[in-house]
Design a protein around this ligand. Sequence first.
Ligand code: SIN
Length: 395
Amino acid sequence: MTTVVVVGSGIAGLTAALHAAENGCHVTIVTKGELSETNTRWAQGGVAAVTHPADSVASHAADTRTAGAGLNDPAAVDVLVGEGPSLIAELVARGVDFDRTPDGDFARGLEAAHAMPRVLHAGGDATGAEIQAALGAAVRAAGLRVREHALLRDLALRGGRVVGIELDGGERIDADAVILATGGAGQLYAHTTNPRGATGDGVAAAIRAGAAVADLEFVQFHPTALAVGAPFLVSEAVRGEGATLIDDAGRRFGFDAHPDGELAPRDVVARANARAMAAQNGRPVRLDATALGAERLAQRFPTIDAAVRERGLDWAVDPIPVTPAAHYLMGGVVTDLDGRTTVPGLYAVGETARTGVHGANRLASNSLLEGAVFGARAGDAVARDRAWPVAPPVE
Ligand code: SIN
């Protein structure tokens, strides 16, 4: 039986773990906090996927490539958007309760750079928390071994192959294969939407083991983190519902940068915000969601509503101060479409991986989808990869 260690417990890691176990592997999940302490849990906006007959895989792929400035790997994009709908069905089967319209269809939100509303959400703006809870319960129900509060110190290598991991404190866990799902590295920055654990551990360990990495210069800044108190994400979905961005003079500046204004690709909006802030001595720009009204804000965005009010702000009455903040690492450990890295026995998935799917800038709400799609593929692959093939290096 193939023994597999999965390091990290967000959507990518748990999906990979479940798939590997369902394919007969003996799986141990190692996570440095509690199982539920992940970036996934913080995700608000949702999961982008083609679930409406008027939508198409070609349209979602085109939006993904446009947002990525054309630097995406087209084969990875095709896998992501083509397999997206079946992974949504899998999430539903595992218990994820996406929000629905009164007639039972998925409720779909619009987010920046999407040609149409295709972002599924749960609990309003608590999509990640819902997914984390459902997958965590599935892992527990399947009886997978979980090691919490266990920090990856390094990968164990023998003859150029990964044969397990070493934990902080010296303990070693042997395995035929290791799947890195440790998320990104937002904590490298003073202002980030990422949780404390986003410290790039998996990418660093992979580099030390000799794995190829690429595109690490592609770091996405989210345009709208709350600029009062600790940085807190204000989902793009708020702008999708009609909120606007204004400067100190109350002027909407987004259309100076792009014809789609506040709904331009995320990097364009973040840069427009940074420019507007520079022009007003660094003071934050403001997100004006007042037109949505108190009831809609509380019902559609309960998590953000609470965070805003905790900071003594009333966003139904006044525009709120926001600033760009480090959000997502497009680059990472180079993998093929099944999560294989350039080192035998080592896989990487989710934000830790560089599949090439995002190009230079990830499309909104493609990250949870990426975790599900490529996590599933890696979990399936690890079970059949007896010969430990590796990914070709990126040119
Ligand atoms: C957001 O809700 O704006 C963030 C979602 C994402 O990072 O795609």
